[in-house]
Write a protein that binds this ligand. Sequence first.
Ligand code: GUN
Length: 291
Amino acid sequence: MILLDGAATAKSIKLEIASEVEALKKAGKKIPHLAAVLVGEDGASMTYVGSKVKSCEEVGFASTLITRPASTTESELLEIVRQLNNDPDIDGYILQLPLPKHIDEHKVLLAIDPEKDVDGFHPVNVGRMMLNLPCYLPATPAGIIELLRRYQVPTEGKHVVVIGRSHIVGLPVSILLQRNANPGNCTVTIAHSRTNDLKSLCASADIIIAALGKPEFVTGDMVKDGAVVVDVGITRVPDPSKKSGFRIAGDVNFAQVAEKCSYITPVPGGVGPMTIVSLLMNTLSAVKKHR
Ligand code: GUN
């Protein structure tokens, strides 16, 4: 079994990005500037945004964190989006999801300038991804593809079962894996909560992408020998033995599944760090495109 070490891979990609930033600096060009908007006090979202900002510092990007209370109105958030769209110093920005319930997420995402949408969530970028046109790819699916690429995991002709049909992970990773590309050229099945006999379906998969958000859902009996398993889950599970009071659990029962796999991602240290570097890579490409 080979561990798909997202933490180590992300570290080396960050070094690559940092040297590109140095080169921009030396050439007297503007350094990339990423902004993140966080509405509300959700603990997990605060942690994710904190890691994104910290990663910007590590590679030499400028970053701006805009935090607002959960009571922020939709029109106040739309005004922040308008200002970020018009700020020439900001190359790209993200709105951390989920937004509070009283805000229409689709309406706010539509207001983002697609050229600054480094999360790849705007319908223009989603459509361009579908058509295989240049675009910002959503960070988690792009991170998974990059991890498979760097480990040269064979994908051509393989049957992939993606568990989960979210707009952020399941659906876009399905699109990317079926493309005529490497990694790609897979035969993809998208499974979800209404799928019949998920166990047999998974047992027939060469590659499983677990992105449903249910801790340790994928068990050893669901995986065939030699399968590749990518675990996208990051659920906080109460754990009194930890100082924080919780541990991070993936969607895969690692102990049971790892021994059957050819490749597997750990949690933490698998897909999570790759998501962050994808965002950095998108921001770097935003700078190259515009300047
Ligand atoms: N919430 C969960 N995943 C993501 C992500 O990749 N980007 C943003 N903006 N919010 C998220």
